[in-house]
Design a protein around this ligand. Structure first.
Ligand code: ADP
Ligand code: ZN
Length: 518
């Protein structure tokens, strides 16, 4: 039985007229006593998904949240709205602690926020076991999965906690998770797969562009020249690149500032304030920039290289167009980006399992970049949201690229890499395939290989798009230091003719340059 109707609570307590799409569905379900795992991006309104049912159901809602500062914000806001909410943290004074437990036992507390460490303490569990719980909400639910980016062992203890309260609905909430991680979170928390709800990821006002970065700084300059007077963020992969690009933009008369963790705190906050206050400021930044920045009129987000993952890409591009007005996301990338990311994975000290997951994420990102299909469909499916029709608002929808089947060339390239011992860079491989009779080739005996002279006339430049596509599909790997090519796990299927390889051919010559900047 509801104490009162969810929508009534929304109006009376929170002062909002109606639920957002799917928010209402989640609220109703949890209020009825069903479990849900809600995957919604930041700002979509996850808190109400458990706060309204907390009030609609008798008893106290137990909310597990890993961030003390966030808990305190929530409690303050709820109390201002007249809700009996409290947070139990390490900083809670003795007498307040006693008040909280009293209120809990008397059933006069609506919501109790605790950190996962506390929630898993036996003492806490004993006491909470005597309370009447309305629901258990688990915020930042991705922390329960090793596939997520922020695994916390304490979260694994939440399942047994929930299981102690059969019949009490549990609701997990998180902003970031690909479809695979979502399934894992649901399983770890004991929420049925059909109770996973993904909502609100689409950002229809953002136009996505992804381009081969063959001359990235110039491409950026062209892009910015067409957008003078607009505010935007340019993400660069390293601090040194941030500094160099910011200086270049300033020299070109653009209103640009750098932001990265190597700058002192004072400069950082001054630059951030200038960006938020200005309406034509370009922030050139590493990923250190963006968290908690409230600037609705960011008109574009540019990536000078591949970000870490699709999640990171979506979060970063999501900083554009919060006001709902048209905004752009543009990214320049190349096989070198993937090679760098792969070597970082290989050198990292993470577990085998972790590395496998990260590799999968990198492959998904590379495939997204190299794809000729609608970007929005690719992104939304990645997050597990039902795919819409082709969006008409991304590069591939607006100017459908003609694809060319290069499977034959791909086989030749992979064979040449294999026959030459998986040690040489694209330049030498192109020479061998092109039949260039160099001293090097004869010294190595490569001029006697079957692949020698297989494709006369093709140069390194011609091979590059094929290489890039093969790298994106993980059929080919590039040593980031020396450029040596080796076969990747997907090579076999290509070599056996089980898998076709297509590329979007780059338009020839100068014309291409102008288009690249658009
Ligand atoms: P999340 O936790 O998903 O990042 P929040 O719960 O903090 O998002 O909500 C983001 C903002 O949207 C808050 O200001 C919240 O009050 C507002 N909001 C949420 N749901 C609604 C609604 N149905 N109507 C109006 N505003 C809403
Ligand atoms: Zn599209």
């Amino acid at each position: 039985m509801y104490i009162s109707e969810p929508v009534q609570i929304l109006n009376d307590v929170f002062g909002y007229k109606s639920f957002r799409p799917l928010q209402g569905e989640i609220v109703e379900a949890v209020a009825r006593g069903e479990d849900r795992l809600a995957i919604m991006p930041t700002g979509a309104g996850k808190s109400l998904c458990y706060q309204v049912p907390a009030l609609a159901r008798p008893g106290t809602a137990l909310v597990i949240s890993p961030l003390v500062a966030l808990m305190q914000d929530q409690v303050r806001a709820l109390r201002e709205a007249g809700v009996a909410a409290a947070a139990l943290t390490g900083a809670t004074a003795m007498d307040e602690r006693r008040d909280i437990w009293n209120a809990l036992e008397q059933g006069t507390l609506d919501l109790l926020y605790v950190a996962p460490e506390r929630a898993t303490m036996p003492d806490f569990q004993d006491r909470i076991g005597r309370a009447d719980l309305a629901l258990i909400a688990i915020d930042e639910a991705h922390c329960v999965s090793e596939w997520g980016h922020d695994f916390r062992p304490d979260y694994r203890q939440l399942r047994p906690l929930c299981d102690r309260f059969p019949g009490v609905p549990r609701i997990g909430l998180t902003a970031t998770a690909d479809a695979m991680t979502q399934a894992d979170i649901a399983q770890q928390l004991g929420i049925d797969a059909d109770k996973v709800v993904v909502a609100g990821f689409d950002r229809p006002n953002i136009t996505y562009h992804v381009r081969a970065g063959d001359s990235r700084t110039r491409q950026l300059m062209d892009f910015l020249n067409g957008r003078r007077g607009r505010a935007g963020i340019v993400y660069a992969p390293t601090r040194a690149k941030v500094d160099a690009i910011a200086a270049q933009l300033q020299a070109a008369g653009l209103n640009a500032l750098p932001y990265h963790a190597g700058l002192d705190a004072e400069t950082r906050s001054a630059n951030q304030a200038a960006f938020v206050a200005g309406d034509d400021m370009i922030m050139v930044a590493t990923v250190a920039f963006g968290m908690g920045i409230d600037k609705p009129d960011v008109r574009f987000v540019a990536h000078m290289a591949l970000p870490k993952s699709i999640e990171a890409y979506y979060q970063e591009t999501g900083r554009a167009g919060r006001d709902g007005a048209p905004a752009e996301a543009v990214m320049w990338w190349g096989a070198a980006d993937i090679a760098r990311a792969r070597s970082q994975l290989a050198e990292g000290e993470s577990s085998e399992e972790r590395r496998r997951i990260d590799e999968g994420k990198l492959n998904a990102l590379a495939a997204y970049a190299a794809s000729a299909a609608c970007r929005r469909i690719a992104l939304l499916t990645y997050f597990g949201e039902p795919a819409p029709a082709p969006c008409g608002n991304c590069d591939n929808c607006l100017e459908p690229p003609t694809q060319v089947d290069v499977s034959e060339d791909a086989v030749k390239l992979l064979s040449a890499v294999y026959r030459t011992g998986q040690r040489f860079g694209l330049g030498h491989i192109a020479d061998v395939l092109g039949g260039v009779a160099s001293e090097r080739a004869s010294k190595l005996g490569h001029d006697r290989l079957g692949v020698f002279g297989l494709t006369e006339g093709k140069t390194t430049r011609d091979w590059r798009p094929v290489q890039q596509q093969l790298v994106a599909e993980d059929a080919l790997r590039v040593d980031p230091q020396y450029g040596g090519l080796t076969l990747g796990p997907a090579a076999r299927a290509v070599l056996k003719g089980e898998r076709t390889v297509s590329i979007v051919p780059p338009p020839p010559g100068r014309k291409r340059r102008r288009q690249q900047g658009a």
